[in-house]
Structure formats: structure tokens, C-alpha cells
Design a protein around this ligand. Structure first.
Ligand SMILES: O=C(CO)[C@H](O)[C@H](O)COP(=O)(O)O
Length: 287
């Protein structure tokens, strides 16, 4: 019997030796042994979320609650800590989903009218590059996620190892989401393609005919950019934001303070924000 290739995708390869019953997984250049091969992607999300909540959520604080599947674990852990430690927290949602999670877990629901400054925003990401530039909005909630993060003293990203990337586009192949006013989606698509290349696709709904409509009543264009080129994401983001009808982009530049990546063996790796340079100022100033 020969060694079998079980899985091979971007920066992740998994082998099985049927004679010795030995499995290995190579992820982003790190080798994981057969003892921990059974950890699922969900376990990786959970480890990252739990570690972030344990380290960043403090008593008497206001927390921004992001959106997506990894955030579900963060909200579970926040609720556990509120119960066991009696933490006094106010949670500000970034989407309809986050609002429901907060309510379902019996947490105190807040908003930006009563809490213009947050202590920490905890959110997922679709991809995080080596400079901590994020692609967000895979779940369509980028606008409120960016607003809430911009009001927080720190933004903490929770993700599994598939989101860890050296360069945007290496791991996440669905493009950079751009939220747009519906009447402007055709000219915006043409302008971005003309100025920056690539191709923009109107995101279509799955269980509804027609396009995805965001929590804010807008459309999403997913920009499949040219990943063969070097991009200055801060400059690109600023220019795209200037196009009339663009509401926001899923590019989060200079916003994340720290990222936690859950690994296949249950460990969590961490990345900190690089020192700010003049070329890489925060997209939106903190409140
Ligand atoms: O930006 C987001 C939603 O707009 C999410 O944070 C992002 O899509 C990651 O989601 P998940 O934790 O499910 O992988």
C-alpha cells in the first residue's frame, strides 16, 4: 500500500500512510502529526475565538461583536464568562446576525448612539495578510463591521488557519467585497475595472432570485482583482471609496490590532499590527 495524498489545496497538504496508520498535514509550512489530525476547521475557529475572548474581554467594557461563523464561538465564550465571572459588558452588534447572537445569549445589547467608544471589537476575517490588511465582507456585513471597528480602541481578529496569508488573494479566492448603492452598481463596476483591472461580479443571493441585499439595503460587488500585480491596498481603498455610490470596501487597512489563527492541532498563532508608517494610516480614525 502506498502513501496516499488525502488533500492538497493552497498551502495545505495532507498525507496518509496506510501501513503505519500515520497521517501528516502540512499547513503554511508547519507540519502537524497524526495525533492531532482529527481537529476540524470548527475546532480551529473555536480555539482562536476562545483565546481572544479570554485575553481581550475585561469587566465593565463595551465590546463590538463581529459577524460570521467564527464569531459564534466568541459569543458563546463571552456568555460563559459573563455567567461564571459576573462580567458587566455591553455588546454592540455589526449585523443582524450579531444582534441575534447577543440577544439569544442573554447579553446586554448596545449601540453606537449610547456607546460612541468601544474598548474592543472582536471579528472574523476572510483573509489576513502579512501586514495585517484584511479582506472582510464574505458574509456581506463589511459596512457595519468597519464602522464598529473604527469606534473601538482595538480590533481583534479571530480566524482559522485557512485565513492566514502572506499576500491578499493567496487564500481567499472570492474577491474583495465592495458595498454599493444599488442604482450605481453598473458604473462602479466599470470604473473599478477600468482603473484597477480585474473583474467585478454582482453577488447573487442563494435562496432568493436576484442579488444579495445587505443589512443596509445595498448591493455587493465582489472584485476579483489581478493577484499577479503588487497593490498598495491603502491607496486602492482610498481611491475606490472616492467613486460616487461606493458605500464601503471590505479592505480593512491599518485597523486590526491583533489576529488569532486557530491551527489544525488546536494551538493558536498570533500576529500583531505592524508599526504604522505614513503610507499605512488607519482607513478611518478612531472615534
Ligand atoms: O467579514 C465577515 C462577514 O461580513 C466575516 O467576518 C468573514 O466572512 C469571516 O467569516 P467566518 O468566520 O464565517 O469565516
Amino acid at each position: 500500500m502506498e502513501i496516499q495524498l488525502l488533500l492538497s489545496r493552497d498551502r495545505e497538504t495532507c498525507y496518509h500512510d496506510p501501513v503505519r496508520g500515520f497521517k501528516t498535514r502540512l499547513v503554511n509550512g508547519r507540519l502537524f502529526s497524526s495525533t492531532n489530525i482529527g481537529m476540524s476547521l470548527e475546532d480551529a475557529k473555536k480555539s482562536a475565538a476562545y483565546k481572544a475572548v479570554n485575553e481581550y474581554v475585561k469587566d465593565n467594557t463595551v465590546i463590538g461583536v463581529g459577524s460570521g461563523s467564527t464569531v459564534v464561538y466568541a459569543v458563546h465564550r463571552i456568555a460563559e464568562r459573563v455567567k461564571s465571572e459576573g462580567l458587566k459588558l455591553v455588546c454592540v452588534p455589526t449585523s443582524f446576525q450579531a444582534r441575534q447572537l447577543i440577544i439569544e445569549h442573554g447579553l446586554v445589547l448596545g449601540d453606537l448612539e449610547s456607546n460612541r467608544r468601544l474598548d474592543c471589537a472582536i471579528d472574523g476575517a476572510d483573509e489576513v495578510d502579512a501586514k495585517m490588511v484584511l479582506i472582510k465582507g464574505g458574509g456581506g456585513c463589511l459596512l457595519q463591521e468597519k464602522i464598529v471597528a473604527s469606534c473601538a480602541d482595538r480590533m481583534v481578529v479571530i480566524a482559522d488557519y485557512t485565513k492566514d496569508s502572506s499576500k491578499l488573494g493567496q487564500q481567499y479566492r472570492k474577491g474583495i467585497p465592495i458595498e454599493v448603492v444599488p442604482m450605481a452598481y453598473v458604473p462602479i463596476k466599470a470604473k473599478v475595472e477600468q482603473c484597477f483591472g480585474g473583474c467585478l461580479k454582482l453577488r447573487m443571493a442563494v435562496a432568493k432570485a436576484g442579488p444579495v441585499v445587505t443589512d443596509n439595503g445595498n448591493f455587493i460587488l465582489d472584485w476579483h482583482f489581478d493577484d499577479g500585480k503588487e497593490h498598495d491596498w491603502d491607496a486602492v481603498n482610498r481611491e475606490v471609496m472616492m467613486i460616487p455610490g461606493v458605500v464601503d470596501t471590505g479592505l480593512f487597512v491599518g485597523m486590526a490590532t491583533k489576529a488569532y489563527f486557530g491551527q489544525p492541532d488546536g494551538t493558536v498563532t498570533e500576529r500583531y499590527k505592524a508599526k504604522q508608517t505614513a503610507q499605512m494610516a488607519p482607513t478611518i480614525g478612531r472615534a
